[in-house]
Ligand binder design. Structure first.
Ligand SMILES: [Zn+2]
Length: 202
């Protein structure tokens, strides 16, 4: 699939504005200064979009969550991240141990296809569930694969791990897959298939 520009997605049939999804909370951290870069990475771009396949997954995740836990709401922290922004982030972290948290631009991020979602859970008042770390906390404490060890060591408690599992299970019901290093990140479907069959947003 040929790439498309972020400026053209509003007229592209495969992309859906997050604001059109009823009951979905959206708090795009890279569109604020509350992120590891400390500045708004998206302005003047509108990045509150996702591919329609990911949006269908979000709808399934939200429906399951509503049935499972009254008062738990899905909140999207990042969705479409254009390749040009991915490149800026990579430039900031390249050569540091933190680069393990970013896909190198040559391979690219699934976010740049509108097919990855960073999310957390919030209550009816918009307060975030305690996940043990904040979004974009680039430490081992954020690694889902190390949760059992951190639980045993007392660095995470049962409530925090159970909140992460509730989020993860909701996203799995929507066809998303988590990754080993970030509790908040989920890819829609198979990453290899996304890179092969979806259009990258530049
Ligand atoms: Zn992510």
């Amino acid at each position: 699939m040929p790439p498309i520009t972020c400026e053209s997605i509003a007229s592209h049939p495969d992309f859906v504005p997050l604001a059109s999804i009823k009951d979905l909370r959206v708090d795009l951290r890279y569109a604020t200064t509350a992120n590891f870069m400390g500045r708004n990475m998206y302005s003047p771009l509108d990045c509150a979009w996702a591919h329609r396949d990911a949006v269908n997954g979000l709808l399934l995740a939200m429906a399951w969550l509503t049935r499972q836990r009254r008062g738990a709401h899905l909140c999207v922290l990042d969705a479409l991240r254009p390749q040009r922004v991915q490149e800026l982030m990579w430039a900031a972290l390249e050569g540091t141990p933190l680069s393990q948290y970013l896909a190198p631009p040559a391979r690219g991020s699934i976010h740049s296809f509108g097919m990855a979602i960073d999310a957390t859970l919030v209550d009816a008042e918009g307060r975030e569930f305690d996940m043990g770390t904040s979004f974009d906390d680039m430490t081992e404490l954020s690694h889902p694969t190390l949760e059992a060890a951190f639980l045993q060591a007392g660095a995470l408690d049962n409530a925090q791990v159970s909140n992460r599992h509730l989020l993860g299970e909701a996203m799995r019901r929507g066809g998303f897959h988590g990754i080993s290093t970030e509790w908040w990140h989920f890819d829609c479907g198979d990453r290899v298939a996304v890179r092969a069959h979806y259009a990258r947003v530049l």
